[in-house]
Design a protein around this ligand. Structure first.
Ligand code: HEM
Length: 435
């Protein structure tokens, strides 16, 4: 007859409850060795998006300025505050504006929530644009990152459209007329312009159908698309061998002439002699101590835990704090309810489309469709035309003088148009002095 196995007593189980719960959630203790640092990034659901090691150069705040991360965190803030706002908002022309008033007057923290959503949205448009500029000015779009640049251009356009569709939802004068102007710019597209406008509005004018369409695009279609694109964007960063960096950063993969990082996500790991890099992961299970024991000379890379994680947490705290302060200091505008008989004069598009609107005032087709279309096409083909490999990973590299000059000229021109549209245009789009 077999003896019964000793079951732990109930009292012991209760006594050990906190530590048992903790260790069931966090399987590893806080890492103190290289092996544990690697395994933390590797086994944690939230951290495994990171490579085990990253190049030291890419962690420098002066290189990325944290702009991609800030954009990511702003998007997360937008999702959280947006879902909370959805509990109150009704996409109906008879209710939407009243719901805005409720948020302002009766819902606890309603105005604060709306402020956070609005300032994060504006911030995201600005940060994504600055991130695009950073990537261009450091030559980070070059081989092997061409396709991630293309994904980036798509992210930029979706971000603009996401912000634009949100503009209509308060259903106040600003919303109504900004969208009226914006969608009429779309109508200038050749051949299918009118159809695009009709698909967007669901009607001949901005009304209930348009509100519903913009709502569905804003809360479901575009956030889902953006989430998917961000997922691909991050995955490509790993597959392209981490962030761009200059040749001389001492990374072993570069020294071995593997400059294009074709090894995929393993590229952040040090070389392992004759052992293939895939096996380095496999060996973690039974090799104790630092990677040095594998015969690897650590190169210019550091463990993601804690270096990258701390940098990310820092950027997160900074981003959330900035949005909280802005939302405490400034209220999102809410103008009079829609009055289709009284357009404000001038009716202005959102600031990020004011450059377009200014150009439209010179030529409807070229300003609204021709020039923006050419600019987007130029952005998309840039990495496939600019094939030189010099100057990658450095700001304003001398080797990239021509490309950077063309790019900066276009950026400055666009900013001038936005500034003119914002500050120097008055009734009937005539020139006025803001001073
Ligand atoms: C929703 C918008 C976007 C998000 C959330 C995002 C996020 C990120 C993050 C977190 C990084 C890594 C760190 C950094 O550079 O800050 C990154 C890198 C990169 N992004 Fe974006 N990005 C967005 C839009 C764009 C745009 C508009 C472009 C260009 C058209 C772009 C092109 C790239 C490229 C090529 C890299 C690799 C850079 C390198 O290797 O140095 N991204 N992105």
């Amino acid at each position: 007859m077999s003896t019964p196995t000793q079951e732990p007593g109930v009292w012991n189980a209760i006594r050990e409850l906190p530590s048992n719960v903790w260790s069931s959630v966090f399987r590893n203790p806080l890492p103190s060795t290289d092996l544990e640092r690697a395994s933390t990034s590797f086994t944690n659901f939230f951290l495994h998006i990171h490579p085990v090691k990253v190049n030291r150069h890419t962690l420098r705040p002066s290189y990325t300025l944290g702009l991609g991360l800030i954009s990511t965190f702003l998007f997360l803030i937008l999702v959280v505050t947006g879902v909370l706002l959805m509990f109150y908002y009704v996409p109906s022309t008879t209710q939407a504006y009243d719901r805005m008033l409720d948020l302002r007057g009766t819902v606890a923290f309603g105005i604060f929530l709306r402020n956070m959503h609005r300032w994060s949205a504006h911030g995201m448009v600005a940060m994504v644009f600055l991130h695009l500029c950073r990537v261009f000015l450091t030559g980070a779009y070059k081989k092997p990152r061409e396709f991630n640049w293309v994904i980036g251009v798509a992210l930029f356009l979706v971000t603009l459209f996401l912000s634009f569709t949100g503009y209509l939802l308060p259903w106040d004068q600003l919303a109504f007329w900004a969208i009226t102007v914006g969608t009429s710019i779309a109508a200038y597209a050749p051949v299918i312009g009118k159809q695009i406008q009709f698909v967007l509005l669901g009607d001949a004018n901005v009304g209930q159908e348009a509100l519903l369409r913009f709502y569905v695009l804003h809360v479901a279609v575009l956030p889902a698309l953006l989430t998917m694109l961000i997922g691909v964007h991050f995955w490509r960063i790993r597959k392209d061998g981490g962030l761009s960096r200059p040749e001389k950063t001492g990374d072993s993969s570069r020294r071995r002439g593997d400059a294009e990082n074709k090894r995929g996500e393993d590229a952040e790991l040090p070389a392992a002699g004759t052992v293939t890099l895939k096996k380095v992961y496999g060996m973690q299970g039974f090799v104790r101590g630092p990677f040095l024991k594998l015969g690897n000379t650590p190169d210019d890379s550091v463990f993601s835990w804690p270096n990258l994680l701390m940098a990310e947490l820092f950027v997160l705290v900074l981003t959330v704090s900035a949005i909280l302060v802005l939302s405490l200091a400034f209220n999102a505008p809410l103008e009079q309810p829609v009055n289709v008989m009284h357009p404000p004069n001038p009716a202005k598009a959102p600031w990020y489309f004011l450059g377009l609107q200014e150009m439209v005032s010179y030529s409807a087709f070229w300003g609204g469709v021709g020039v923006p279309g050419i600019l987007v096409a130029l952005l998309l083909i840039t990495p496939y035309i600019d094939r030189g490999t010099g100057g990658v990973g450095r700001w304003f590299a001398r080797e990239r003088l021509l490309a950077n000059t063309i790019f900066l000229t276009l950026v400055v021109l666009n900013l001038i148009f936005v500034a003119i549209g914002t500050f120097f245009r008055g009734p009937n789009w005539t020139f006025v002095s803001p001073f």
